[in-house]
Design a protein around this ligand. Structure first.
Ligand SMILES: Cc1ncc(COP(=O)(O)O)c(C=O)c1O
Length: 304
């Protein structure tokens, strides 16, 4: 059976969800998107969409920056997504990709008088990075886009050409992933993940106003860590701190929690999984599956 896709007001089969070649969003990356996961809990025969509202809140903020008007509320977007997942009758973990885009056909770059479209598709998705294996990462020689070029706070389609360069060149150089720096040389994040370090028993992550995407997984980890009694610091991070951190990990919706065991060919700590990262990784997986009552508030039931 072909999967359904939501496209501009209708649920249609994936093969029929196509855009014209001259679509502005396709030609110029004038689109915004979200990456959301829904987890299947087999014991309850239930699917839980993780922090769905927060994803759509960020989606609407990104859309505002790109002058995309969807005329849909967060609640409406959540309902459309729930309906889509129900139609696709999943019994597995899935990834949901809403995209709002400039849908007019034009070779002019300016967006004056443009029209807006909305597509939401979903695909079964397991791990995109092996969460049981330590990652060997490098510092990318590509810089993260700045707030005054393409704001990293928004998930803007065109900005992910930067991400594609970061991730691809890291792979081709033999690393699993990369850490980006700002033009000023401060530590930002991974290609599509935020970064946490453990320095002197403190969990350290880049402040949300330093030029990163403020990840929903990042905010989840901060709350899980504080509830475990850990001290968390959101601050500027210098490159040299990467090399003496005792533990390091990436987090993001798609990648989930990935423990980093080496950075620029230097071991992180003793090169093994650290205690704090391992504990938070487990807490995270239990949380997203709806297994921890305290965090059920973040899990939205899909099936009635
Ligand atoms: C650049 C970037 N940083 C961080 C993240 C992690 O964000 P989240 O946890 O909301 O998925 C993502 C993924 O959306 C991303 O694209």
């Amino acid at each position: 059976m072909s999967e359904f896709v939501y496209m501009n007001g209708k649920y249609t089969e994936k093969e029929n969800a196509v855009i014209p070649v001259m679509t502005h969003g396709f030609l110029y990356g004038t689109s915004v998107f979200e990456g959301i996961r829904a987890y299947y809990n087999s014991e309850e025969n239930q699917m839980y969409a993780f922090r769905l509202e927060e994803h759509f809140e960020r989606f609407l903020r990104s859309a505002k920056i790109m002058r995309i008007e969807l005329a849909k509320s967060v609640d409406e977007l959540c309902e459309i997504t729930k309906e889509l997942l129900k139609k696709n009758e999943y019994k597995t973990d899935v990834y949901i990709r809403p995209t709002a885009y400039k849908s007019n056909e034009s070779v002019r770059t300016n967006m004056v008088g443009s029209t807006d479209g909305l597509i939401i598709f979903s695909v079964p998705l397991g791990e995109t990075l092996d969460t049981t294996k330590g990652l060997n990462v490098c510092v990318s020689n590509w810089r993260r886009t700045s707030d005054n070029a393409i704001p990293p706070k928004a998930k803007i389609g065109g900005a992910y050409a930067n991400t594609a360069l970061v991730a691809t060149d890291a792979k081709l150089a033999g690393f699993d992933e990369a850490i980006t720096l700002s033009e000023a040389g401060e530590v930002m994040e991974g290609s599509t993940m935020n970064l946490f370090l453990v320095i002197d028993d403190v969990l350290v992550t880049t402040s949300s106003n330093c030029g990163i995407l403020e990840g929903i997984t990042r905010n989840t980890i901060i709350e899980l860590a504080k509830n475990r009694g850990l001290k968390v610091e959101e601050r500027r991070i210098q490159r040299s701190e990467l090399y003496f951190a005792r533990e390091a990990f990436f987090c993001g919706t798609s990648a989930q929690i990935n423990i980093i065991t080496s950075i620029d060919n230097r071991l992180v700590g003793d090169g093994k999984f650290g205690k704090i990262a391992t504990m938070l990784q487990k807490d995270y997986f239990d949380t997203v599956k709806g297994k921890i009552p305290q965090y059920r508030k973040w899990c939205r039931k899909v099936y009635d």
